[in-house]
Design a protein around this ligand. Sequence first.
Ligand SMILES: [Zn+2]
Ligand SMILES: [Zn+2]
Length: 233
Amino acid sequence: MDSFLPLLWDLLFPVRCVSCRAPGSWWCEVCRKKSELIRRNPCPNCASRKAVHDCPKSLGLDGIAALGFYHDPRLRSVLHALKYKGATVVMSAVEERLGEWAEERLDIWPWSGLSNLAIQPAIGAPHSVRRRGFDQAHLLSCVVNRVLIPWAAPLDILTRTDSLEPQARLDVGDVRRANVAGSFGLEPGASVPPNILLVDDVLTSGATLDEAARVLRAAGAEKIYALVLAIGA
Ligand SMILES: [Zn+2]
Ligand SMILES: [Zn+2]
């Protein structure tokens, strides 16, 4: 009987790839391997991937590492499953892809050479964390810490209040920036280390990471980096 129930569950709700619906795994090997990896670090000032570009210097970061592109349907399916369907089971496949990314990178990590680094999730707004029952930035931060940078210290000093409007309903640029402003804060009495890696799922306008970095820098952080799963709207 004990082995019958899981079998019945699998029959009723078969595990399927969140991207191509192939049975057998949450993110099949074909989709995982076909999701394009970013092998060079984007510009820390504007997140552009072009070596030569007209840089608006809109971000206050010291370096960015991004796994892939938001416009890549295979990676986007995973991000959507994680964010909107609560499918945290896809994290094991993400973990695998992060390992492959580390092996295939052409650039050194932006934080390379530092002897100390703390990993801080760019925590989600309280209303989305309540709705989903988990914070994907937090989950991701733990995986990044374990798989990519085991020597870094986990950090949990950011607080966040709800912004006025969900980001997706607003236009990019200044409106998003104004919307996110003031939403991050620090835990009372928090001790802020000098080198911090912010982890988030997606970087679109960069307003969220920029705001988190601003708060941390104002409290004494010297170098602030970002690692995201996907870049671009
Ligand atoms: Zn697939
Ligand atoms: Zn730039």
